[in-house]
Write a protein that binds this ligand. Structure first.
Ligand code: FE
Ligand code: FE
Ligand code: MG
Length: 165
């Protein structure tokens, strides 16, 4: 554990660790939702959608990596069991039971909107008390904003294409 690194945190570290583990659970669920979505998705512009879903899956995994590293720096333990993920998650898991492209995109857009709300809230919580975590959250939040926009523009392209037929 980073002794001095933990000392400089001017907020309750256990509360912070709790919030970081909830975000970590979100990231694993987001990772899997994208990953399995890319496997099952069907419909127009499938190839473009699959490649975007796969990129996002990789980026969500990167977020899980960042958050778990920070949890360990702060002397905490990253959530150890997948059983915990849906229990502690902020944004939950939306199984892509309808594999049609627009449905999968809609589900993932809602997921990104929840992630943006969650991280924006974490920014407020850490702004004064933990600039290191704040900086990490800002980086993740920027990715989630980009994710929402990427999915939204794919959805728009598909809608335009279908309406011109
Ligand atoms: Fe993420
Ligand atoms: Fe995302
Ligand atoms: Mg993207």
């Amino acid at each position: 554990m980073a002794q001095k690194g933990r000392e400089i945190v001017k907020m309750n570290v256990d509360d912070l660790l709790n919030l970081l583990n909830k975000a970590l659970a979100d990231e694993w669920l987001a990772y899997y939702q994208y990953w399995v979505g890319a496997k099952v998705v069907k419909g127009p512009m499938k190839d473009a959608v699959i490649s975007e879903l796969n990129i996002h899956a990789t980026e969500e995994l990167g977020h899980a990596e960042l958050i778990s590293t920070r949890i360990i720096q702060l002397g905490g333990t990253p959530v150890l069991s997948p059983d915990e993920w849906t229990k502690i998650s902020n944004c939950g898991y939306d199984a892509p039971v309808d594999p049609y492209v627009e449905e999968v995109l809609k589900q993932n857009i809602l997921g990104e909107q929840c992630a943006i709300k969650t991280y924006n809230n974490l920014l407020d919580i850490t702004r004064e008390g933990d600039p290191v975590t704040y900086n990490m959250i800002l980086q993740i939040l920027s990715d989630e904003v980009e994710h929402e926009e990427d999915l939204d523009s794919l959805k728009e392209d598909i809608e335009l294409m279908l309406s011109r037929k």
